[in-house]
Design a protein around this ligand. Structure first.
Ligand SMILES: NC(=O)c1ccc[n+]([C@@H]2O[C@H](COP(=O)([O-])OP(=O)(O)OC[C@H]3O[C@@H](n4cnc5c(N)ncnc54)[C@H](O)[C@@H]3O)[C@@H](O)[C@H]2O)c1
Ligand SMILES: [Zn+2]
Ligand SMILES: [Zn+2]
Length: 373
């Protein structure tokens, strides 16, 4: 069938909305009409070329929710009419990683940026002239109707607002999980969150839910620092130098228990700053992405690693198990503990996707979401 979606033709490039053909779902796949899609910085990395992909043109978007419009037989028993949140990382349920409670590392993730189906090198989207169009994370939530593997969706209760819980498909799992799973925040901890965008604001929430006593939000943008203090941060500062000084004040000079890096574009020196801010045996969580081809050495002292036992922990989707974490985050949302409505400051139409990314760069929205008509 015909649909519309936001694609980049090459990188660097800009998202433009075009008519597309979307294939009917095959066994094991579902077709979904999007209700909403968040604007995550990772789709901007695709446009800038920081993250190269396998097929151009490439349709963006990986943080969405919608209603199933067609569902051939599939192993998850998903049917037409079901409400689903996309998980930007698919999980097969039976590989080593899925079986050991690390669904975020599912082997299917290996094909995520190829733009094609993991099992064969074709795409499910095309331009109207037949040119194949790659799918972000195998899903592409900047498309009105998309065809995806059943492994990429999680069925959710139907009474929830899909234009809010779409954030569970990336930013919540990524940020909340960075604090709860990767930093292993404990009651009484002092936590620094560096960069308060869609991901960082959820790292602040995760740290608060885990009982941190001091949560220091770092962002040069005043609006982000204010929003962070509304959602659990105890302090908001502009620089890591200020954050480090504060953390040392709270810990008798030792430093923060953890520092979570959630800036828009990571640079090696940020890891050095975060390492300098934490205590012995503390944890730096690296969540942010940048130019993924960059192999510049990290300015990190080996003595910090060996003699002070400081840990650098990478974090993909917050080390989440989407088939469980999305459902427990829904319960936190229902209980009023996890805030989503407050995080979404601006909504856009699909045609306004470029405007949404301009606002992200200008720092004028906390989190932008495309709401489909
Ligand atoms: N690891 C994962 O699984 C995963 C998943 C999703 C997103 N990401 C990545 O996480 C990062 C954040 O994404 P987002 O959507 O929240 O981005 P965003 O643009 O909404 O937020 C980034 C924030 O960082 C702030 N910032 C920039 N430089 C800073 C600095 N030096 N110090 C402090 N703050 C600074 C900005 O003002 C902004 O508020 C991106 O790199 C994205 O690609 C990673
Ligand atoms: Zn994302
Ligand atoms: Zn798996």
């Amino acid at each position: 069938m015909q649909t519309r979606g936001a694609i980049v033709r090459q990188a660097p490039g800009k998202y433009e909305v075009v008519d597309l053909n979307v294939d009917d779902p095959r066994p094991g796949e579902v077709q979904v009409k999007l209700v909403a899609s968040g604007l995550c910085h990772s789709d901007d990395h695709i446009a800038t070329g920081d993250i190269p992909v396998g097929v151009y043109p490439f349709a963006g978007g990986h943080e969405g929710a919608g209603i199933v419009t067609a569902a051939p037989p599939n192993h998850k028993g998903i049917k037409e009419g079901d409400h689903v949140v996309f998980s930007f990382l698919p999980s097969c349920g039976h590989c080593r990683w899925c079986a050991s409670g690390q669904q975020n590392l599912c082997d299917l993730g290996a094909g995520l940026l190829a733009g094609t189906r993991w099992e064969e090198p074709t795409t499910r989207l095309q331009l109207l002239d037949g040119t194949p169009v790659g799918q972000m994370c195998g899903i592409s939530t900047f498309v009105e109707t998309t065809t995806v593997s059943a492994d990429s969706v999680v069925k959710v209760p139907e009474d929830l607002p899909l234009d809010k819980i779409c954030l569970l498909g990336c930013n919540v799992g990524t940020g909340w999980g960075a604090a709860v799973n990767s930093a292993q925040v404990q009651p009484g901890h002092t936590v620094i969150v560096m960069g308060i965008g869609g991901v960082g604001i959820n790292a602040v929430q995760g740290a608060a839910h885990a009982g941190a006593a001091n949560i220091i939000a770092v962002d040069p943008v005043a609006l982000k620092r204010e929003n962070a203090t509304q959602l659990g941060a105890t302090h908001g500062v502009e620089t890591m130098e200020e954050a480090t000084e504060l953390a040392q004040q709270f810990t008798n000079g030792q430093g923060a228990d953890s520092a979570i890096i959630t800036v828009g574009v990571i640079k090696p020196e940020y890891v050095g700053q975060a390492m300098a801010s934490i205590r012995k045996a503390g944890t730096v969580v690296v969540t942010a992405l940048g130019n993924i081809a960059d192999t510049t050495p990290l300015p990190v002292s080996l003595a910090d690693v060996t003699l002070f036992q400081k840990r650098i922990q990478g974090s993909l989707f917050g080390e989440s198990n989407p088939n469980w974490d999305i459902l427990r985050q829904i319960e936190l949302y229902r209980a009023g503990i996890l805030k989503l409505d407050e995080v979404i400051t601006t909504t856009y139409t699909l045609d306004q996707v470029g405007e949404g990314y301009e606002a992200m760069h200008a720092g004028t929205n906390q989190k932008g979401v495309i709401v489909y008509s």
